[in-house]
Design a protein around this ligand. Structure first.
Ligand SMILES: Cc1cc2nc3c(=O)[nH]c(=O)nc-3n(C[C@H](O)[C@H](O)[C@H](O)COP(=O)(O)OP(=O)(O)OC[C@H]3O[C@@H](n4cnc5c(N)ncnc54)[C@H](O)[C@@H]3O)c2cc1C
Ligand code: SF4
Ligand code: SF4
Ligand code: SF4
Length: 369
């Protein structure tokens, strides 16, 4: 019998998230259901057996009553100040950075900061490995979960895929199982996690769960977030490229810069395509999303149109520890953000735009229009 006051899947996520069109498809509810009664179909959770009503799934869902202040208190020890438009930032925590390693720069998306931070964490033994998104075999640019334990494995996952990996958070189960096994042997096994803002939100909620089987806050030591405007359905991305005569297996790299979808072909040819027609393939769950800069990560990373450089937002003490270790090890170089004043203007604009788009879509979804 269900404990009094607890709500089951149908009443919470089923009705108020999935049916309402708010689901981000992150998979956190599927991973954390202690009774394994939630399945995933076409990127959406649904009950596959009767729900014993324990109330866990709604606590780990970033689209169900997400309490910004509570999550900030947990992740950063304080709530954002009124003038912190991009969320909590540590003093001096806005900085331009890039990798100093030519092997990273060759394969990375922008400045290779994300890969460099992960390499630092693994090689300095701050973590056992990194949970991130790589590419599914036989499906070019389809993001799939990987656990990387070495520089080579991290670099094999470098670059951005503009579709969504609904197995990334779910795949944390792999790291969780490893962490549990090591815990039994009284050994430490921390991991770093890289994900999009919705996935970062889910991970934070998981870390805040009281009495989970895996202590996610111990198992996941660093949460690195990527800036994100939207992701596209894989089929949509394929058909958009096909309309330009391009197959995904001909592509070496994709990037979004100044309203263009930039496609670098394996032949070396670079095509700059109009982004607008691709927007019709935006995933439903992205319409209601209000978090551009991964506001709950230890370190958030984007490029904002910079060529060969990243902008980093260092938000937590752990984030600062990792960033300083990478810099002191000579793996990254930095520049003051003031050297590119337009970057902060773009960050402000995109943050406001995404909040407005998200708020409007949420109110449309709630009013049923
Ligand atoms: C879907 C998506 C949308 C983005 N939108 C913006 C944007 O609007 N503005 C902006 O400034 N930056 C955006 N970014 C971030 C940007 O593309 C780079 O990831 C960021 O600048 C880091 O660059 P890097 O050279 O350090 O990355 P790298 O060192 O190349 O590392 C990239 C990391 O991203 C991970 N990754 C790749 N694809 C995915 C995915 N689909 N889901 C989760 N993880 C993934 C990889 O596992 C890898 O660890 C977006 C990224 C993604 C994946
Ligand atoms: S987590 Fe609990 S409430 Fe949610 S589906 Fe599973 S059993 Fe039901
Ligand atoms: S947003 Fe994530 S946790 Fe919430 S219902 Fe969708 S898949 Fe489950
Ligand atoms: S816009 Fe990005 S962060 Fe938001 S739901 Fe879509 S993929 Fe997740």
């Amino acid at each position: 019998m269900a404990e009094e006051g607890l709500l089951g899947f149908e009443e919470t996520l089923g009705k108020k998230v999935v049916e309402a069109g708010l689901c981000a498809g992150c998979g956190s509810c599927v991973l954390n259901c202690p009774f394994w009664v939630i399945g995933f179909r076409e990127g959406r959770p649904q009950l596959i057996e009767e729900c014993p009503v324990c109330g866990v799934c709604s606590q780990v869902c970033p689209r169900y009553e997400f309490d910004v202040g509570r999550v900030e208190e947990f992740a950063f020890g304080r709530e954002r100040k009124p003038d912190e438009l991009f969320g909590v930032v540590r003093e001096g925590g806005l900085v331009l950075a890039r990798s100093k390693d030519p092997r990273v720069l060759e394969v990375c998306q922008d400045g290779g900061l994300v890969s460099s931070l992960l390499i630092t964490a693994v090689e300095k033994k701050l973590v056992k490995g990194a949970i991130l998104s790589g590419v599914k075999e036989g499906m070019p640019f389809y993001p799939d979960v990987r656990v990387a334990y070495s520089r080579e494995e991290i670099l094999a996952c470098a670059g951005s895929r503009y579709s969504f990996s609904d197995r990334l958070v779910f795949g944390m189960g792999l790291a969780g199982a490893y962490w549990l096994a090591e815990k039994v042997k009284d050994r430490e096994a921390h991991f770093a996690f890289v994900g999009l803002p919705c996935q970062v939100q889910a991970v934070r909620l998981m870390q805040m769960l009281p009495n989970p089987p895996v202590s996610w806050s111990e198992a996941i030591r660093y949460v690195i977030g990527l800036f994100c405007t939207e992701t596209f359905t894989y089929e949509g991305l394929k058909s958009y490229l096909a309309s330009h005569g391009i197959e995904l297996d001909q592509v070496r790299k994709t990037n979004i810069k100044a309203g263009e979808f930039v496609v670098e072909l394996k032949t070396g040819e670079v095509r700059e395509l109009d982004l607008k027609p691709l927007l019709q393939h935006r995933r439903e769950g992205c319409n209601v999303c209000w978090d551009f800069s991964a506001e709950f990560a230890d370190i958030s990373v984007g490029s904002l149109g910079l060529r060969g450089w990243n902008i980093a937002i260092i938000r937590s003490e752990r984030g600062e520890e990792l960033f300083s270790t990478a810099r002191e090890a000579g793996l990254i170089e930095t520049r003051p953000v003031e050297e590119e004043p337009h970057v902060l203007k773009v960050l402000s604009r995109l943050t406001r735009l995404k909040r407005k788009r998200g708020a409007e879509a949420i109110s449309r979804a709630r009013s049923g229009n």
